[in-house]
Design a protein around this ligand. Structure first.
Ligand code: ATP
Ligand code: MG
Length: 371
């Protein structure tokens, strides 16, 4: 395979004027494909996106089955690519860069997106770019009708990650705090599973919580007063399990109260730590990204707390909170605009199932702010 790396700027003379990027996401249980167009340094625009969620397929197993996920990505990725091209009225030949999720995620699932992206790039003679999945989530609010401006504090709350970051620009990230065990999304999902709710439990638990009393059960707020910006949610799940066992057959009639109490505990910790991060950095802008960012109670409480402090808060569009191809195409476009990376014509690909976000940070930004 050709190992000649050529900068997209050299390859495409119109790079600084206009660029059409295809983004492919396949890190877990959603196949997402999107087209984003960027013009010079203006904020890139979403032209079309299509998504296939595998939730129904995995529901019978109570969680993601990696082999089934990979096989389904294979089935979906090309039809979804045809869909977005048709929706945007564009052809394959017009694509300038093919971006894909390189990691972190399930190895087999990532390999499908990476393989298709690199094959497409090679066949079209266009460069490819591997994108960090979490950077996709982080930059997804730039696709919203109310995009943020740098700098800001980012609360990244997804199924596998919970992090607070100071973000000064693309690639200029400082980790302020992160979970030392379970992620917030995991806390939602595991607690929901204990209550017998379907997979993935977060949205189900949130829906049930709307009918419950959030003060009915006293649940722990782990690390709330730790003085740092780290999180811990594993103990909360254990407390929910203990409470569910205590209730026994009475769980059914108390389920909404337990759901509301669980959600209140998670939201309070996320809220207080986010406010502490804003105070610590002195920044007046908060960006929330990742699937848990779709939670209504979290949004309401963050909105109220931020309004009191004169802080602007930004979210991704609701349908772009969980995994999607738009955030991958957007992150690729913004990375290329920043000049931090170059798309390449090296089509021999690898994936990074584990990929610390610290490796994306520019040398002048410390990977972690000293406490
Ligand atoms: N309304 C909601 N309330 C609470 N949690 C929610 C809601 N909607 C989605 N979630 C949770 O968001 C998570 C999925 O988000 P996302 O797709 O960003 O994570 P992921 O891709 O699985 O993980 P990662 O991005 O860390 O690899 C799940 O844990 C899901 O339960
Ligand atoms: Mg994700």
């Amino acid at each position: 395979m050709c190992c000649n790396i050529r900068a997209v700027r050299d390859w495409h003379p119109a790079y600084t004027r206009s660029m059409l990027l295809l983004g492919i996401e396949s890190s877990c249980d959603e196949t997402g494909v999107a087209l984003v167009e960027s013009h010079g340094n203006a904020l890139p625009l979403l032209r079309a996106h299509a998504l296939h969620s595998q939730i129904a397929m995995h529901q019978a197993y109570g969680g993601v089955v990696p082999e089934l996920a990979s096989r389904d990505h294979i089935r979906r990725v090309l039809p979804l690519t045809e869909t977005v091209l048709a929706e945007a009225g564009r052809s394959l030949a017009e694509i300038d860069v093919v971006a894909y999720t390189r990691g972190p995620g399930l190895a087999g699932a990532l390999l499908v997106g990476a393989g298709v992206a690199c094959a497409l790039g090679a066949a079209l003679g266009k460069p490819v770019l591997g994108v960090h999945h979490l950077e996709g989530h982080l930059l997804s609010p730039f696709l919203s009708a109310d995009p943020p401006e740098f700098p800001f504090v980012a609360l990244l709350v997804s199924g596998g990650h919970t992090q607070l970051m100071r973000v000064d620009g693309v690639g200029r990230y400082q980790l302020l705090g992160e979970t030392i065990d379970d992620a917030a999304g995991e806390a939602f999902d595991k607690s929901a599973k204990l209550m017998g709710l379907p997979y993935p439990g977060g949205p189900w638990l949130a829906k049930l919580a709307e009918e419950g009393n959030a003060t009915a059960f006293k649940l722990p707020r782990p690390l709330l007063h730790s003085g740092d910006l780290d999180f811990s949610f594993a103990g909360l799940k254990t407390a929910v399990l203990t409470q569910a066992k205590k209730l026994g057959t009475a769980l059914e009639v108390n389920k909404a109260d337990l759901a509301a109490s669980t959600q209140a505990a998670i939201v309070e910790v996320l809220l207080k730590k986010s406010m502490a991060a804003l105070e610590q950095t002195g920044l007046k802008r908060l960006v929330v990204a990742g699937g848990v960012g779709a939670n209504r109670s979290l949004r309401e409480q963050l909105n109220a707390a931020c309004a009191k402090r004169g802080v602007r808060v930004h979210y991704p569009e609701l349908h772009l909170c969980t995994d999607n191809g738009a955030m991958i195409a957007m992150a690729a476009a913004m990375r290329l605009q920043s000049g931090l990376v170059e798309a390449s014509e090296r089509y021999a690909f690898d994936v990074k199932p584990r990929w610390p976000m610290a490796s994306l940070m520019t040398p002048e930004a410390p990977s972690r702010v000293p406490a």
